[in-house]
Design a binder for this molecule. Structure first.
Ligand SMILES: Cc1cc2nc3c(=O)[nH]c(=O)nc-3n(C[C@H](O)[C@H](O)[C@H](O)COP(=O)(O)OP(=O)(O)OC[C@H]3O[C@@H](n4cnc5c(N)ncnc54)[C@H](O)[C@@H]3O)c2cc1C
Length: 454
C-alpha cells in the first residue's frame, strides 16, 4: 500500500524517529519537527572537545524482549551493533570486597534464572528456599496485581529475604524502572517479569557496542535521507490547533512562526512537554493528565584511568557489566580498560542529583574503593558527570491512569512516547512500541478499519 498521505511528527526522540520509519515503510510521507538542534531526545551522545570523543548521556541497557526496538534497528541497519548476551550473566561486588557471579544456564525460563540464583554464592539456604516463590510471579498476574499496592509489598509477601532483595530484586528493579520497589506498581512489574521470562531469548541482556548516536540515530538519519523524510531541527511546536467541530487537528504552529498542515499528526514529545502543546481548555477537555507523572533522575559518571585496569582487579564478563551492592553507585560498565562508566539510578531518592560535581566524584571513588579490591591504587586522569533530572517517569500505581492511549478523540491525532499507555516502563522499547502502535492505527484508519481504543 502506498497511500502517500502526509504525517507530521512532533519530537525527534526514539519514539518520533521510529514512528517516521514505520510509517515510511507503510508508504506515508513524513515531516518530523524537533525543537532542539539534535535528534535522539533522552538517548543521545555528545562530542566533548576536551576529551576529543563522544559520550553517551547515560549507559543504556536493552534486553532480549526489546523486539520492536530490534525491528527498528534492523530497518536502519544498526542491529549488528548490539552485544546480545547468550545467557544472563552479571558480576557483583559487595562492600566486603567479595565478588559473586550470577550466571544463568542455558535453560528455559524461569528455570534459567532460578538455577542461576540457586548457584549464586551470596545466598544462604533461607534465601534459596524463598526462590521457590518466584514462579508464582509468572502466573495468575491479574489476581496478584490487584492484591498489592506496590512491588515492595508484593516481594515482602513472597517472603523474599534481605539478601534476595539486596543482590537481586533491588538492583534489577532500579535498572529497569529507575526507582525502588515501593514505587513500582505490581502490574508493570509483573508485565516485565512475564515478557522478560517468557522465552530464553527474552531473558538476556543487550548492550550497545557503539555509542548511542551510532546505534540509534546516525543510521536513522541516513535512512531519512535515502527515503526523503524531511527533518526540521530547531523547530519547537508551540501549539496544536484543533478543530473542535470536526474533531480533527487542523495544523501545528511552531515558535518560528511556521504552520504545518498534514493528514495525520503524532505527538512524540516527552510527558513533561506535552501539556504545553495545547490551549489549557482543550487540554483539560481531553482529560489529559501528563503533568501528574512524577519524574525520576539518573546520574551517569564517566571515569578515565591513567593506566589500564587489569582483569585481576575488574574481571570481565560478556557485557563488561558489574553490579555494586550496598553502595550508591549501582552499575559499572567497562567501556574500555581506561574508561569506566558508572550508573546511579533513582538518583533523587539517593540525594545525589543535588550534589555538586566534586561530591559526586568523591562518592563514586569511595564506592569503588569500598567494593573492588585494588581500586584504591587506581589513578584517575579525568571524569565527566551527567545529570538527567527527568530521565523517566515513576511507574507507581497512579501512573497507569495518567498515561494516555495512542488514539485520541481527534480522528487524525495520535500520541507516542515512552510514557504513553504501552504497559511498559520508560524505556527505548516503550518508545518504539508506542510508535509502532501509532503507525498501525494510522494505517488501519486509512484502510477504513476502526479501532476499539477510541
Ligand atoms: C540517563 C538515562 C539512562 C537511560 N537508560 C535506559 C536504559 O538503560 N534502557 C532503556 O531502555 N531506556 C533507558 N532510558 C530511557 C530512554 O532513553 C527513554 O525511554 C527514551 O529515549 C524516550 O524516548 P521518547 O522518544 O519517548 O522521548 P524523548 O527521548 O524525550 O524524545 C522527545 C523529543 O521531543 C522533543 N520535543 C519536546 N517538545 C517538543 C516540541 N514542542 N516541539 C518539537 N519537539 C519537541 C524533545 O526535544 C525530544 O527530542 C534512559 C534514559 C536516560 C535519560
Amino acid at each position: 500500500m502506498k497511500p502517500g498521505k502526509a504525517v507530521t511528527i512532533i519530537g525527534g526522540g526514539i519514539a518520533g524517529l521510529s514512528a517516521a520509519i514505520f510509517l515510511n515503510e507503510r508508504g506515508f510521507r513524513i515531516k518530523l519537527l524537533e525543537t532542539s538542534p539534535k535528534l535522539g531526545g533522552r538517548a543521545y551522545s555528545f562530542f566533548d572537545k576536551e576529551k576529543d570523543q563522544f559520550f553517551d548521556n547515560g549507559q543504556h541497557i536493552l534486553a532480549g524482549w526489546y523486539t520492536n526496538t530490534f525491528e527498528y534497528l534492523k530497518i536502519t541497519g544498526s542491529f549488528n551493533k548490539l552485544n546480545i548476551q547468550k545467557n544472563l550473566e552479571v558480576n557483583f561486588f559487595n562492600t566486603d570486597r567479595e565478588v559473586f557471579k550470577l550466571k544463568c544456564p542455558d535453560m528455559t525460563p524461569p528455570m534459567n534464572l532460578i538455577t542461576g540464583l540457586l548457584k549464586f554464592k551470596a545466598f544462604n539456604f533461607k534465601d534459596k528456599f524463598a526462590l521457590k516463590n518466584i514462579s508464582s510471579l509468572l502466573k495468575d498476574t491479574g489476581k496478584i496485581s490487584d492484591s498489592f499496592e506496590n512491588t515492595g509489598l508484593l516481594l515482602k509477601n513472597l517472603n523474599q529475604t534481605g539478601n534476595l532483595l539486596k543482590y537481586f530484586w533491588e538492583p534489577f528493579i532500579l535498572a529497569v524502572f529507575n526507582t525502588t520497589p515501593d514505587k513500582v506498581s505490581t502490574e508493570i512489574f509483573l508485565t516485565v517479569m512475564n515478557i522478560g521470562f517468557n522465552s530464553k531469548n527474552n531473558s538476556t541482556l543487550v548492550i550497545p557496542e557503539v555509542n548511542l548516536n551510532e546505534l540509534l540515530i546516525n543510521d536513522a538519519v541516513n535512512y531519512f535521507r535515502e527515503n526523503k523524510i524531511e527533518v526540521v531541527l530547531n523547530s519547537r511546536v508551540e501549539r496544536i490547533i484543533t478543530n473542535e467541530d470536526e474533531k480533527k487537528i487542523d495544523c501545528v504552529l511552531t515558535e518560528n512562526g511556521d504552520k504545518f498542515n498534514s493528514d495525520y499528526f503524532i505527538s512524540a514529545v516527552p510527558f513533561f512537554g506535552f501539556k504545553k502543546l495545547f490551549d489549557e481548555n482543550i487540554y483539560l477537555k481531553n482529560n489529559f493528565k501528563s503533568e501528574f507523572l512524577k519524574t525520576s533522575s539518573i546520574v551517569s559518571v564517566h571515569l578515565f584511568l591513567e593506566n589500564e585496569i587489569t582483569e585481576e582487579i575488574l574481571p570481565a564478563n560478556s557485557l563488561g557489566m558489574t553490579g555494586l551492592i550496598g553502595t550508591t553507585v549501582q552499575w559499572l560498565f567497562i567501556r574500555n580498560r581506561k574508561h569506566l562508566s558508572l550508573v546511579i539510578s533513582g538518583a533523587d531518592d539517593l540525594l545525589v542529583t543535588e550534589m555538586s560535581q566534586d561530591e559526586i566524584l568523591e562518592l563514586c571513588l569511595n564506592d569503588l574503593k569500598k567494593t573492588i579490591p585494588g581500586f584504591d591504587k587506581i589513578k584517575i586522569s579525568g571524569h565527566k558527570i551527567i545529570k538527567e533530572k527527568r530521565a523517566t517517569f515513576v511507574p507507581d500505581k497512579t501512573s497507569k491512569e495518567l498515561r494516555p492511549k495512542h488514539e485520541t478523540s481527534y480522528s487524525n491525532f495520535f500520541i507516542a512516547g515512552d510514557w504513553t499507555d504501552t504497559g511498559l516502563p520508560a524505556t527505548i522499547e516503550s518508545a518504539v512500541t508506542s510508535a509502532k502502535k501509532c503507525a498501525s492505527l494510522i494505517t488501519n484508519y486509512e484502510l477504513g478499519i476502526t479501532s476499539f481504543e477510541r
